[in-house]
Design a protein around this ligand. Structure first.
Ligand code: NAD
Ligand code: LMR
Length: 487
C-alpha cells in the first residue's frame, strides 16, 4: 500500500482550486435561474488530481485513508491545514451538507488567524493520538463506523454559526402561525446552527394578539432568535426576506371547498406578491404558500413578483403527503421512514392524486402490498378529504399543528436538501408530465443546494394519468377564475 504521506509529498495543494458544481440530477432547476454557483461543491476529480493522485475517486481515497488507521500503525495523514480543510469539506459535501454550510465552513476557515490554525492543528494531532491509542487497545473492533461518525463530528466544528435567515410569516397570530413560529425559533426549520430574524405580519385587528405571541416568543429565550419584527405592513414584514411563508388567509368552514376562498383570498396574495417584489431579497427569496387555495394563490403571488424567479415559489402539499404516508404505514404495519417515493400530484384540493405507483416498502413495490380496493375506495378519497374531516372533528377549525409541521418539513428539505429522497411540492411547471406551463402543480421533487428538481420520466399508467389530468384541469379553471386580478 502506498503511504499517504508519499502521495502528498511535492503536491502543491489546492490554494487556487476551482470549485465546480457536480450535477447529480438530470434536470435541475437552480434557485438562481440556472446560474451555477462557482463556490459550491469541490469537484471530485479535481480533488483527486491535486490532492491524492493515483486514486480513482474520493471514495477509494477515503477508504484507504480509513483502512490505514485499522493497521494499528500511526495514522499517516498529511498535516497541512488546506488538505484537511478539503477533506472535511468533501466529507460534508458527501454527507449532503447544504451549499450554505459549505460556504460557511470555507469562510470560517479563511478567517482563522495563524494562532487559531495552530490550535486546530494541535487538537487534530491530539485527536489522532487518542484514536491511535484506543484502536491499539481494541484491536478486534471494527472502527469504520466509529471513524466516520468521528469525522462528522470534526466537520461540525467548522460549521459555526451562519448569518441569520430572515423569515417572514404572514398570519402570524392565527392558528397555524401560533404552531409554526415557535418551531422556527427553536431551529427546527433551518437547523440548530442557523439564527433567525422573525418578521411577522398580521392584519391591524390582530396586532394586539400578535403582540402577545411576541411576548411569549421573548419568554422562551430562544438562543437562535436574533430579532423580531411584528407589523401590519407587508413591506416592512418582507423587507430583505430570505424566506416568506404565506400562511395568512381566510380558512374554509364546514361544507366549503378550498376554491370557495378563491376570490376572498386572491386579493391578499396579489398585494403580498407586489410587496415581495419590491422589498424582499429578490432572486434569493423563497416563498411557500399555505393559505388556500394554495396552488392558485402561489400563481397569483408569483405573477405579481416578476423580480423573483417563479421557481422560488411553491405551494405546500407536504401535509397531504404526510397524511397519506401515515395511513400507508398503519395499513402496512411498518415505520413511516420505511416507505419511499409516495407522492402527491396536482392541486391541494379534493382532486389531488395521492399516488403509490412508484412507492416502495424497502425493496417491495407498494402496489404489490396494498389491497387495490382499499387503495382506490378508502385511501385516495381519505387523503383527498382529510382536511374536511379534520374541520368537522374540530368544530369548524382547520388543521393547524399538522399544517405547521408540514411547513417545517417543506422548508427544512428545501433549505437542507433531501439527499435523493422525494418530497411532494407544488412547483412551477415547465410542462413536465403534460401540465400547462406556468401552473403550480404538485410533483415529486428532490432538493439540493437550495433548489429543486422534478423527478422526471416516471411511468404513468392510465389510472394515474386520468387522476393527474383531473387535477390539472381544476388548476386551469382556478387560473382562469383569477385572470382579472393579474391584468
Ligand atoms: P386562522 O384564521 O387561524 O389564521 C389566519 C391568520 O391570518 C389570522 O390571524 C388573520 O388575521 C391573518 N390574516 C388574514 N389576512 C391577512 C393578511 N392580508 N395579511 C396578514 N395576515 C392575514 O387560519 P389558519 O388555520 O391559520 O389557516 C390559514 C390558512 O392556511 C387558511 O387559508 C387555511 O385554509 C390554510 N391551510 C392550508 C393548508 C395546506 O396544507 N396548504 C393546511 C391548513 C390550512
Ligand atoms: C387542510 O388540508 O387541512 C387545509 O387545506 C385546510 C382545509 O381547508 O382543508
Amino acid at each position: 500500500m502506498r503511504s499517504l504521506s508519499s502521495l502528498f509529498k511535492g503536491q502543491r495543494l489546492v490554494k487556487k482550486k476551482r470549485f465546480t458544481r457536480t450535477k447529480v440530477y438530470r434536470k435541475y432547476s437552480s434557485g438562481e435561474h440556472g446560474k451555477e454557483d462557482p463556490k459550491v461543491n469541490v469537484d471530485s476529480e479535481d480533488f483527486i488530481k491535486k490532492v491524492a493522485p493515483g486514486f480513482e475517486d474520493y471514495k477509494q481515497f477515503k477508504n484507504q485513508f480509513l483502512s490505514q488507521a485499522f493497521t494499528g500503525k500511526p495514522v499517516d495523514i498529511p498535516q497541512d491545514l488546506e488538505t484537511r480543510f478539503y477533506m472535511a469539506r468533501k466529507n460534508m459535501e458527501l454527507s449532503g451538507a447544504s451549499a450554505e454550510d459549505l460556504d460557511t465552513m470555507q469562510k470560517n476557515f479563511k478567517k482563522m488567524t495563524p494562532k487559531q490554525q495552530k490550535i486546530v492543528d494541535e487538537v487534530i494531532k491530539k485527536r489522532d493520538q487518542v484514536f491511535q491509542d484506543v484502536m491499539n487497545k481494541y484491536k478486534n473492533v471494527d472502527f469504520s463506523p466509529i471513524l466516520s461518525r468521528f469525522n462528522m463530528t470534526a466537520e461540525q466544528t467548522f460549521r459555526s454559526e451562519t448569518e441569520p435567515v430572515r423569515v417572514a410569516v404572514t398570519g402570524a397570530a392565527g392558528q397555524i402561525g401560533y404552531a409554526l413560529i415557535f418551531r422556527i425559533a427553536s431551529g427546527a426549520m433551518f437547523g440548530p446552527k442557523t439564527p433567525v430574524i422573525l418578521q411577522l405580519l398580521e392584519v391591524p385587528q390582530a396586532l394586539n394578539s400578535l403582540k402577545g405571541v411576541v411576548m411569549e416568543l421573548d419568554d422562551c429565550a430562544f438562543p437562535l432568535v436574533r430579532g423580531i419584527v411584528a407589523t401590519d405592513s407587508p413591506e416592512k414584514a418582507f423587507e430583505g426576506a430570505d424566506w416568506a411563508l404565506l400562511v395568512g388567509a381566510k380558512p374554509r368552514g364546514p361544507g366549503m371547498e378550498r376554491s370557495d376562498l378563491l376570490q376572498q383570498n386572491a386579493a391578499i396574495f396579489s398585494v403580498q406578491g407586489k410587496a415581495l417584489n419590491k422589498v424582499a431579497k429578490g432572486k434569493n427569496t423563497r416563498v411557500v404558500v399555505v393559505g388556500n387555495p394554495a396552488n392558485t394563490n402561489t400563481y397569483i403571488t408569483s405573477a405579481n413578483a416578476p423580480l423573483i424567479p417563479p421557481q422560488n415559489f411553491a405551494a405546500m402539499t407536504r401535509l397531504d403527503q404526510n397524511r397519506g404516508i401515515t395511513q400507508l404505514a398503519i395499513n402496512l404495519k411498518c415505520n413511516i421512514n420505511d416507505i419511499k417515493n409516495f407522492v402527491i400530484w396536482g392541486n391541494h384540493s379534493a382532486t389531488q392524486f395521492p399516488d403509490i405507483s412508484h412507492a416502495r416498502l424497502k425493496d417491495k413495490l407498494l402496489t404489490d402490498l396494498v389491497d387495490k380496493k382499499w387503495y382506490t375506495s378508502t385511501f385516495i378519497p381519505g387523503v383527498q378529504k382529510r382536511g374536511a374531516e379534520v374541520i368537522k372533528a374540530k368544530d369548524g377549525k382547520s388543521s393547524a399543528a399538522s399544517a405547521a409541521s408540514a411547513l417545517v418539513d417543506t422548508v427544512y428539505d428545501w433549505y437542507n436538501g433531501t439527499k435523493g429522497r422525494w418530497a411532494s411540492l407544488a412547483v412551477y411547471s415547465s410542462g413536465e408530465y403534460g401540465v400547462t406551463k406556468g401552473l403550480f402543480y404538485s410533483y415529486p421533487v428532490i432538493h439540493n443546494n437550495n433548489s429543486w428538481g422534478i423527478v422526471e420520466d416516471l411511468p404513468i399508467d392510465q389510472f394515474a394519468a386520468e387522476k393527474m389530468e383531473q387535477s390539472h384541469q381544476e388548476l386551469l379553471q382556478e387560473r382562469d377564475a383569477v385572470a382579472n386580478l393579474l391584468k
